[in-house]
Design a binder for this molecule. Structure first.
Ligand SMILES: [Zn+2]
Length: 215
């Protein structure tokens, strides 16, 4: 593995160092061979993992997130049936349930931002950053800033919390009403899984390096 111990790192320029995101151990960063991985010696977190077609995978996953999000917003999310009366709601309806005035309006806006706009925006940012790299072109203007935003917004992308919250709430009302999951529910669940997988597998160091070298 092309990592050296922390003792002789003091003289190295900052851009040659990589810190483990889990335990903060510091290493000298060198690109491992295609298909192999640089792993933290202390906690075994994968630090760098160049893969063939990694950019292409990212593009496909991000496009999938965009398509699923459009579907998840358009199709019915939940259907509730109580004593013959039925009602269908979209994700946006669900998020805007609290829109009856005061600070609850702000809360609804935050919910829409956290579960729809931010995940969508992050997928679009990744597409913007990675598409030129896939084609071996120079990155688009501001690609580094765009990738920085995508990373900064990661903790604010809360689609998974929303879907878990909905599932828990539905289990509780299942006795009172007949609840049906609409197509949007499954689209939303799928996009949550894809986003999580993408965040886990994304080789950030390689992307930063590619942006540095070509811009
Ligand atoms: Zn570590």
């Amino acid at each position: 593995m092309s990592m050296t111990e922390a003792t002789d790192l003091a003289d190295l320029p900052l851009d040659e160092l990589i810190a483990c995101p889990q335990c903060d151990a510091l290493y000298r960063a060198r690109m491992p061979a295609m298909g192999s991985r640089a792993v933290c010696k202390r906690c075994h977190t994968v630090l760098i993992a160049p893969k063939t077609n990694a950019y292409l995978h990212l593009i496909v996953l991000s496009l999938t997130v965009v398509v699923l999000m459009v579907g998840a917003v358009t199709f019915p999310f939940l259907g509730v049936n109580v004593a013959g009366f039925s009602n269908k709601a979209s994700v946006v309806d669900t998020a805007l349930t609290f829109m009856d005035g005061g600070w609850m309006v702000a809360l609804s806006m935050f919910v829409v931002a956290f579960i729809i706009l931010i995940p969508l925006f992050r997928a679009l940012l990744v597409l913007y950053v990675v598409a030129p790299l896939t084609l071996g072109r120079r990155p688009f203007l501001g690609a580094r800033r765009a990738f920085g935003w995508s990373e900064d917004l990661r903790p604010w992308s809360m689609a998974e919390i929303f879907i878990i919250g909905c599932a828990v709430a539905l289990v509780k009302v299942a006795d009172l009403a007949k609840v049906e999951f609409g197509p949007a529910f499954f689209m939303f669940a799928a996009l949550v899984v894809i986003t999580v997988l993408q965040d886990i597998n994304m080789d950030r160091w390689s992307i930063w390096k590619a942006l540095e070298e070509t811009s």
